[in-house]
Design a protein. Structure first.
Length: 118
């Protein structure tokens, strides 16, 4: 599975961005797609995930109420709508794919940089 993320950029605090991630290749049987982020000098952290069949979601507490994850089932694409951005949201955002119920992401995209200025 190949993942292509896009939509990052520079935005002022309080602004919005929408990230997209398209999956291609052997995408049959997708279990979930998720977003993670890694800020400078910090470890990678979970942001959000969407379960492919039912569309249910899970969000990190730090982004609840501000970020929304959604998917386009037919396009094998996941989106992360980010509103009310804060400087602490600055990070490289990675999308990833789970192909089974095993709690491990099997494939990762190249990342897209989000910079939030104060």
């Amino acid at each position: 599975v190949q993942l292509q993320a896009s939509g990052g950029g520079l935005v002022q605090a309080g602004g919005s961005l929408r990230l997209s991630c398209a999956a291609s290749g052997r995408t049959s049987g997708l279990f979930a797609m998720g977003w993670f982020r890694q800020a400078p000098g910090k470890e990678r952290e979970f942001v959000a995930t969407v379960y492919w069949r039912g569309g249910s979601t899970a969000m990190a507490d730090s982004v609840k109420g501000r970020f929304t994850i959604s998917r386009n089932y037919t396009k094998n694409t996941v989106y992360l709508q980010m509103n009310s951005l804060k400087p602490e949201d600055t990070a490289i955002y990675y999308c990833a794919v789970r192909k089974s119920s095993v709690p491990r992401y099997d494939f990762w995209g190249q990342g897209t940089l989000v910079t939030v200025s104060s």
